[in-house]
Design a protein around this ligand. Structure first.
Ligand SMILES: Nc1ncnc2c1ncn2[C@@H]1O[C@H](COP(=O)(O)OP(=O)(O)OP(=O)(O)O)[C@@H](O)[C@H]1O
Ligand SMILES: [Mg+2]
Length: 319
């Protein structure tokens, strides 16, 4: 029998019932996460990321479809699923009136751990996550960054093979973002499977091996990071910036008539011409300007950033 995927999701639907009309948060989501992957679950606010993660963590039941984690069905074997995942929720799930160490020990008990081994493990984890000095302080005194680290420690307390991290670096400063990025890389090195959500492309780009893009409850793409970069790169616009005198309307019309040109913008010291991907328009733009006696100082083909390419992949709409 082939090794089951770490996570297998098929036809997953979730409808939140509402007073007048419900919300179809997931509308038939499919994806697989192989063991040892760092899967980036990328999507804008309200896309359905937290809903999916909560279903995988068994804190929310799906309306339809299947989700298995480590081969266990989230509906039929929730306890087995909980034993194999560590879940870091988007919002705090720690008890504010307990100390950091008390929270961790409590979580350990929920995972059937006990004894002095659990206390030692909790102390070691807090140290690893930079919370050694805050271990005996009540969680309500923690900063946002400290709370995120404690939730990560909770996810790790029973040393699960799969980690479900909901925007682990959400709201953190650059140092905190780097801390989580390095931690994810280290955990991957230890053989963990990591499923993390984010709405920040650059964060996913730096840590993930595979990316799934979710938008309005539907998967738009699931691919290797390298392949996705090529795909969205290929859909990006080609752009040429020209330092020149501002051309007249008839000249702008000639520029617009160049094959594959989509738009001509006026800049403070010249123009920007955008064309479809793959077009090589720099020479033709320069020729049109020179032929029309527009004084030209510089022509610069520029690359769109991955962030911009991503926007253009989604038709330029806000993501
Ligand atoms: N408990 C709930 N009751 C009703 N609707 C909900 C509930 N939780 C989420 N939703 C709706 O389901 C949709 C998906 O929400 P979800 O929290 O899964 O998105 P998300 O991708 O995690 O967004 P964000 O990036 O803002 O965290 C949204 O339209 C949201 O308003
Ligand atoms: Mg969310």
């Amino acid at each position: 029998m082939p090794t089951p995927m770490a996570i297998h999701v098929q036809g997953l639907r979730k409808r939140y019932a509402g007073f007048r009309s419900g919300v179809d948060a997931l509308q038939g989501v499919d994806f697989d996460v192989a063991r040892g992957e760092v899967f980036g679950f990328l999507g804008p606010n309200g896309a359905g990321k937290t809903t999916t993660l909560r279903i995988l963590a068994t804190t929310l039941s799906p309306t339809a479809g299947t989700a298995t984690v480590s081969g266990h069905d989230v509906r039929k074997e929730p306890m087995a699923v909980r034993g194999s995942v560590g879940y870091m929720p988007e919002k705090s799930g720690a008890y504010p009136l307990l100390t950091g160490i008390q929270n961790l020990v409590y979580w350990g008990h929920l995972q059937d751990m006990d004894g002095s081994g659990l206390k030692d493990r909790a102390r070691a984890l807090l140290k690893e996550l930079g919370l050694e000095e805050a271990a005996d302080r009540k969680v309500k005194t923690y900063s946002h960054g400290m709370s995120r680290r404690l939730l990560m420690a909770q996810a790790l307390v029973h040393d699960p093979p799969i980690l479900l991290l909901d925007e682990p670096a959400g709201g953190l400063d650059p140092q905190g973002i780097r801390f989580f990025r390095d931690l994810v890389k280290r955990l991957q090195g230890e053989g963990k499977t990591i499923f993390l959500s984010s709405h920040i492309l650059s964060e996913v780009e730096q840590t993930c091996t595979t990316v799934g893009i979710i938008h309005k409850g539907k998967m738009l793409a699931v691919d290797r990071m390298t392949a996705l970069r090529q795909r969205i790169g290929a859909s990006a616009l080609v752009r040429v910036e020209v330092e020149c005198d501002i051309p007249s309307q008839p000249v702008v019309q000639q520029l617009m008539a160049i094959p594959k040109v989509r738009m001509v913008y006026q800049l403070p010291d010249g123009i920007r011409v955008e064309a479809e991907s793959g077009a090589d328009i720099a020479d033709e733009v320069a020729r049109v300007l020179v032929t029309n006696h527009v004084r030209l100082r510089a022509v610069r083909p520029t690359e769109a950033t991955l962030e911009e390419a991503f926007m253009s992949f989604f038709g330029g709409g806000p993501i």
